[in-house]
Design a protein around this ligand. Structure first.
Ligand code: ISE
Length: 345
């Protein structure tokens, strides 16, 4: 069975998804591309051998030959486009964030609950990273007993000039938020933000690095370090401390060089390099979920939770005290994994 996919947005992530779909997801057929900038859409369409190019994303969504949609446009457009996919009955993989604000994310969540079936997967790709999957399997298997502390480190060599203190939380730490929620299977109850420095490598006024401390509803503690002007590389670390042991994320295997009395291994310099396998796994799982009707990856509830938690963490920045996180009750739709989107034709 083949799923005919349309991609909205041909920026960095949209282009990545187009290339991954065509190279590594045989059950997907890229059918249409849209972008507000026609030349960009045309260029990528030509590279991918796609003839249907739109500048209006809603036209792509309503194209009868498009069976599923990837939303990789800018965050302020996500709510409108995901709601349009739901109304059209088309499964959608929405790049993070699910929507630009917690209220907008809640509107998307409520729309899917009203439909009564899981049709949204949110692009938190770490859930498909081989190392993180091993970590989760070991934790779920009781290898270290009850988890007490989680450490999540998220360093990048640099970020665009426009990346301010708020983006560090809502665009970077948001991955760690989803990751620890997924690993621990717990919701986050409070957020406290502490900031050292800041580094002289960041633009004036940008609080970088940031330490975000979360308490979970079950009493565990989560320590997140985000440092996006680290310079040396894109360095992702995770350690889980349990009652009977610890689990530590190993970076993807690379060659170690031993020479001149030293040993060294390469550090990735970009998130797409570090998470290449995760992005491929995410798309393969999404297409498989549409074909076999079993939900995969982060749901609209996870997207909503990440949005609420990252907003609370941002409110905690400069507050010098914990900010309480109020998610409300999780709808039944997300506690029963057998309700998925329409399967493709
Ligand atoms: C980006 O969306 C990612 O996925 C990266 O993992 C993260 O490091 C970066 O800050 C985000 O912008």
């Amino acid at each position: 069975m083949t799923v005919h996919v349309g991609v909205i947005g041909v920026g960095l992530m949209g282009t990545t998804h187009v290339r991954t779909l065509t190279a590594s997801v045989p059950a997907a057929q890229l059918t249409a591309i849209s972008d507000a900038v026609p030349a960009s859409a045309e260029r990528l369409a030509q590279e991918a051998g796609v003839t249907r190019v739109y500048t209006d994303a809603l036209e792509l969504i309503h194209d009868p030959d498009v069976e599923a949609v990837i939303v990789a446009s800018t965050a302020p457009t996500h709510e409108e486009f995901v709601l349009a996919c739901l109304q059209a009955g088309k499964p959608v993989l929405c790049e993070k964030p699910l929507a630009a604000t917690p209220d907008a994310s809640r509107r998307v969540l409520d729309a899917e609950v009203a439909l009564g079936r899981r049709m949204v997967q949110v692009g938190f790709m770490r859930r498909f990273d081989p190392g993180y999957l091993e970590l989760k399997a070991a934790l779920d298997g009781g290898t270290i007993g009850t988890p007490l502390i989680a450490y999540s480190t998220h360093r990048a060599p640099t970020v665009p000039e426009s990346f301010g203190s708020e983006m560090i939380i809502k665009d970077t730490v948001v991955h760690d938020i989803d990751t620890v929620r997924w690993l621990l299977g717990q919701e986050l109850a409070t957020a406290t933000v502490l900031t050292p420095g800041p580094t002289s490598q960041a633009p004036a006024g940008v609080r970088d690095p940031q330490i975000v401390l979360f308490e979970t509803n079950d009493g565990a503690l989560v320590h997140v370090e985000a440092f996006v002007h680290a310079g040396y590389g894109y360095d992702i670390r995770c350690e889980l401390v349990g009652e009977t042991g610890t689990l530590t994320l190993s970076p993807p295997a690379t060659a170690a060089v031993h020479r001149d009395g030293h040993a060294s291994t390469a550090v990735p310099m970009h998130f797409q390099e570090r998470f290449a396998a995760a992005y491929t796994g995410e798309l393969q799982a999404w297409i498989a979920s549409i074909i076999d009707g079993t939900p995969a990856g982060a749901s609209a509830w996870d997207g909503y939770a990440a949005s609420v938690v990252s907003e609370a963490a941002y409110q905690a920045l400069g507050a010098h005290q914990p900010v309480t996180i109020a998610l409300g009750e999780i709808p039944d739709l997300y506690t029963h994994t057998d309700r998925l989107a329409l399967t493709s034709k």
